[in-house]
Design a protein around this ligand. Structure first.
Ligand code: FES
Length: 372
């Protein structure tokens, strides 16, 4: 599957969704900021302390992201997603990296005002911008703050794998290169396995198709997976070049960003789920998640995500509105229909992928679903 992931981010903060107070029964965890690190003039990394009770929920894979509830000056709150730049197993605590966006209230506040010791409500890590097949080389394309999840993947691949990695990293100029020192260090430590190519707009102009195609030719496209994260036009250009160069569609993983209109911190309406269950119209449901199998009766009209979370089954999600694919899972048997789907493409649907947050049971055949 090559799902173009879409998560809310600070890329466009012009339309802000004001959140309600965090419900005690909601999915958010209150985390303390351990440290705020100045990365560049307009980028900060935020390291979190994870309380004992939240340790399991905050286990993550390289490339995933956190959703923060940011309370703005004046008291309103917005939800924003930021990728983890830390790498599990290599860093003691999870760390996100935030780039200040012109006019972005949340990223501006996080970069200018957040201090160690502050507390933030945060949703557990999620996202499928992650390496599934470690037997392939990696071809990484990052633009600007798109380096954040890419660095997490890169460090994991170098320290815990054996394959070769090519990183093409586009920036406005030398001063805007986030993690410049870290990348130099990795280049010295893994000279035979890492090739880093810096693309600076101040030197070469915007990356052209010819330049990107030249980088693609350096890789064994059949034997590699490409991960692409950055501004929309950059990702579109890279995807076009890779497809034209013959890279199979399911070898290209793209992190796309959208703004959200729902409140991901809202608690599930358990009473509504119970009312649907009481109506007695339910279909047998088998769910595989995190190596466990759950046998349930899925009432009609209730989304898979809401139903599972009403049973305290921690199915992944972020946006809850069909725009990000963090909740994606695969139907093995039975039939479901989706209320809204802005992200899965025909090939994904043909392979059985669905969005849990948008799927309701369709028909009367038992349904079997896997998240694993
Ligand atoms: Fe974002 Fe379902 S949670 S698409």
């Amino acid at each position: 599957m090559n799902i173009a992931i879409a998560v809310e981010t600070d890329i466009d903060e012009t339309e802000e969704v004001v959140l309600a107070e965090v419900a005690a029964s909601g999915p958010g965890h209150r985390l303390t900021v351990r440290e705020v690190i100045v990365e560049t003039e307009d980028a900060r990394s935020i390291v979190f302390d994870i309380p004992e009770a939240s340790t399991e929920a905050f286990a993550y894979r390289p490339g995933q992201f956190l959703t923060l509830r940011v309370v703005l000056p004046g008291g309103s709150a917005v939800a924003r997603c930021y990728s983890l730049s830390s790498t599990p197993g290599l860093d003691a605590a999870p760390k996100i990296t935030v780039k200040r966006i012109a006019g972005g209230a949340a990223s501006g506040w996080l970069c200018e005002s957040l201090e160690a010791g502050a507390q933030l409500d945060v949703l557990p890590p999620t996202g499928i911008f992650t390496v599934r097949d470690t037997s392939r080389d990696l071809l990484l394309f990052a633009g600007g703050s798109g380096i954040t999840p890419v660095l997490s993947i890169l460090r994991d691949a170098l320290h815990n794998g054996t394959k070769r990695v090519i990183l093409a990293y586009a920036n406005r100029d030398e001063r805007s290169v986030i993690f410049a020192e870290e990348l130099k260090h990795l280049a010295r430590e893994f000279p035979d396995r890492l090739l880093t190519i810096h693309l600076l707009e101040s030197v070469q102009g915007l990356p052209s198709a010819t330049l990107l195609a030249g980088i693609a030719r350096m890789a064994d496209l059949e034997g590699s997976t490409a991960f692409v994260c950055g501004p929309g036009p950059f990702m579109d250009a890279v995807e076009r070049v890779l497809r034209e160069a013959g890279m199979p569609r399911d070898h290209i993983v793209i992190e796309r960003f959208v703004s959200l209109s729902a409140d991901p911190f809202a608690a599930v309406d358990v009473e509504a789920v119970q009312a649907a269950e009481a109506a007695g119209d339910a279909i047998p449901l088998t769910v595989e998640l995190d190596g466990e199998q759950h046998e349930l009766a899925w009432p009609s009209g209730v989304t898979l995500l809401d139903f599972l979370r009403s049973k305290q089954i921690e199915a992944p999600f972020s946006c809850r509105e069909g725009a990000c694919s963090a909740c994606s899972c695969r139907v093995l048997s039975g039939s479901v229909s989706m209320i809204n789907n802005q992200i899965l493409e025909k090939e994904d649907l043909d392979e059985g992928w669905i969005l849990g947050c948008q799927s309701v049971v369709n028909g009367d055949e038992p349904v079997s679903v896997t998240y694993d």
